[in-house]
Design a protein. Structure first.
Length: 215
């Protein structure tokens, strides 16, 4: 259930409770009704626990904005706080195997109540982006990533000249809110969705000149 539907359900539920009252519900009352709908609509099962309903400060601020632009100062504060969470690869290697990266991009499994906590998650990248040209089914929520490295002049990801775009790409995959406060992109590294090896493989898919993404 998305946020809009949840809020609508909460408003309907609250309206039923206060039927006949001339005063509309306050924002606080509506928020409380929304939380009641959430709590009654979800249950803990398997690895899907109710802590997923608890928003951190960044997500809470973006939810409260209800799709409107954040105050610039607040947006910068959120980005700065999330930038502090970006952890560069422990072994200093940013680039893995693009073939494994493609598998991750295609894989949307993981984090559901039927999954094992020890099972590797997928990235589900094609749900939002065009990536490889051979894949005809992809989402358009995010921008096309086809020719990602080629368009940015990355002939050698290990070269010093490539360092800025390599580190930016790593940071974006690790915690997208470090660059866009209300980004809809999953915070793969920060949230523990993907591990360092998996992120290196996605980096290779995007930046390795031998990857079909850059052909």
């Amino acid at each position: 259930m998305n946020k809009t539907l949840i809020k609508r359900a909460a408003l309907v539920a609250f309206s039923v409770l206060v039927a006949g009252c001339a005063m509309p519900p306050s924002q606080q009352q509506l928020d409380q009704a929304t939380q009641q709908v959430l709590k009654s609509s979800f249950r803990a099962q398997g690895i899907a626990t109710l802590d997923r309903l608890v928003q951190d400060a960044s997500n809470k601020a973006c939810s409260e904005a209800a799709g409107q632009p954040l105050d610039e100062k607040l947006a910068k504060a959120i980005e700065s706080a999330n930038m502090q969470t970006v952890r560069l690869p422990a072994n200093g290697s940013f680039i893995g195997d693009w073939r494994e990266g493609e598998k991750l991009a295609q894989n949307g499994r993981g984090l559901t109540w039927t999954d094992s906590a020890s099972a590797a998650n997928g990235g589900s990248c094609y749900n939002c982006h065009q990536i490889g040209k051979a894949e005809l089914s992809f989402g358009s929520i995010g921008p096309s990533l086809y020719n990602y490295g080629k368009l940015r002049g990355v002939a050698d990801p290990d070269a010093a000249a490539s360092k800025p775009i390599v580190e930016y790409t790593w940071g974006k995959l690790w915690n997208a809110k470090a660059y866009a406060a209300c980004s809809d992109m999953p915070r793969f590294g920060h949230a523990g969705i993907l591990n360092e090896k998996q992120i290196r493989d996605l980096m290779a898919l995007l930046l390795d000149p031998k990857s079909p993404v850059n052909q």
